[in-house]
Design a protein around this ligand. Sequence first.
Ligand SMILES: Nc1ncnc2c1ncn2[C@@H]1O[C@H](COP(=O)(O)OP(=O)(O)OP(=O)(O)O)[C@@H](O)[C@H]1O
Ligand SMILES: [Mg+2]
Length: 249
Amino acid sequence: MIDIQNITKTFQPGRGKPVEAVKNATFTVEPGEVFGLLGPNGAGKTTLLRILGTLISPTSGHCTVNGRDTQEHPDAIRKDIGFLSGNTKLYGRLTGREVLRYFGQLHSMCKEDIATRTREITAMLDMDEFMDRRCDTLSTGQTQKVNIARVILHNPKVLILDEPTLGLDIMTSRSIVEFIQQAKTEGHSIIFSTHYMTEAELLCDRVGLIYKGEVMAIGTQAELRERTGQATLHDTFLSLVDERDGVAL
Ligand SMILES: Nc1ncnc2c1ncn2[C@@H]1O[C@H](COP(=O)(O)OP(=O)(O)OP(=O)(O)O)[C@@H](O)[C@H]1O
Ligand SMILES: [Mg+2]
């Protein structure tokens, strides 16, 4: 469903040195699979997800979603994906319900479908209380829920979620985790980044550890635990980073 082949992204910031944000990343995500992208701050997770979400072009390499190349068919791919970015802003003057209506129209959904999906998602993410409030009055978690609702409104087959539970309380995080589990059972492919290891442990079929732009380990949690001899994903992660940095273990 998602095929990432030799993706490299080098940023050239003004006069500064080029930044190799992603180096030669190659992996796939299958239908019904949840893939977790883990890595320290600045590792390249957001960059890779933005390439996959057709927001930026890679310097080299190819990504396909449902067999279509992200650079050749960005518009078609945008219909198939739901992309949650860390810094999307909502229109402050609109209510959550109005935001969903607006995005539904952008996706050419009919009125009835927009209303039905809005009802379903509102119930699933427990959003009833604030759906008719202006977005500029919402709390962090409420804003994130509206953002997620916007991303899944058109029921995309592929979900690309950059730190979906960042800043959320544990009940709200749980509803996002449950939503991802549900989407998986419906055959969606999900790739998400997180710094929360327990969440990755709960959700991921496979994880990719990205460090300084390099995808340095990919596998099931059991495979990576076996490789490092560690009992938890947290310790596996640290052990792989230390291994790469040449720290004596
Ligand atoms: N537009 C840009 N111009 C220059 N450098 C950039 C740009 N976007 C990202 N970078 C750099 O690319 C590297 C990877 O950044 P990225 O945002 O992908 O990391 P991340 O893994 O998502 O980190 P975090 O966990 O902090 O969100 C960083 O060194 C960052 O400073
Ligand atoms: Mg990021």
